[in-house]
Design a protein around this ligand. Sequence first.
Ligand code: ASP
Length: 313
Amino acid sequence: MSGSARRHLLAIEGMQPPEILSLLDLAENYALLNRSGKTQRDLLRGRTLINLFFEDSTRTRTSFELAGKRLGADVINMAVATSSVNKGETLLDTAATLNAMHCDLLVVRHGQSGAPSLLARKVDAAVINAGDGTHEHPTQALLDALTIRRRKGRIAGLTVAICGDIAHSRVARSNIHLLGALGARVRVIGPPTLIPAEIGRLGVEVFHDMAAGLAGADAVMALRLQTERMVRGLVPSAREYFRFWGLDADKLAAARPDALVMHPGPMNRGVEIDSAIADDPARSVIKEQVEMGVAVRMAVLDTLAWSARRHAA
Ligand code: ASP
């Protein structure tokens, strides 16, 4: 992305491999720097980062905050629940307000797919999509790819299985685009009610049976069952769901013996993943995903900080 004209990070779809790889390489450097305990507090000194979260978040919001602070930016978390948004201010009024504050980087999470793109057309800041509806969650896919690449040494040629609630998952969509762009084989596994019919067009293989879908997989991602986005009951019960689709030792036995176990969080233990697998340090890289989240967000902020309209000479 550096050196290119990119102003925002709204989606992985449409990003070319060199752009993705340069972000991963920069993030890799930040991962090493973070482990060494060093910081780069001068890089974004004087820049303002606003975290605007219209939906709940723990990992994503905190890691953007930490990433901004590690690079020296002034970080503001706008608590939407107490802001004017709840008094009926429209998204565009919010954009005008943020512009007046001369914000450089705007991190947005919103329940509506496309809301960050709308904001990006109206604000001078560089906009980063931190998850919009069921559309995309680009930094999650970048951190997942970084985690896989660090463990496996590559992405190309690997088989990655994404399991569960594909229909409501922006994480799945961003991962499908990114892993596909870097040459991985992507499988999606889940009940027909949770796999959109058109998903095959994105170049994935579709499975409705865990044993078949996990066979030979190098990495397995379990997804949260997103009941808050379901308009009607698409699964019988949590117990039943776990029996057929929950990732446990028995089902994981079909994957490669060294397959990575991943989850974007927050986890519903005993629903889409068994605690014994999630907490197994020999298999699970879930904590490393969180660690890589900070490094990836540092790389994204570093790359985009210079592209805000008011700084682009
Ligand atoms: N944290 C991820 C997201 O915001 C996954 C999830 O919520 O299940 O999409």
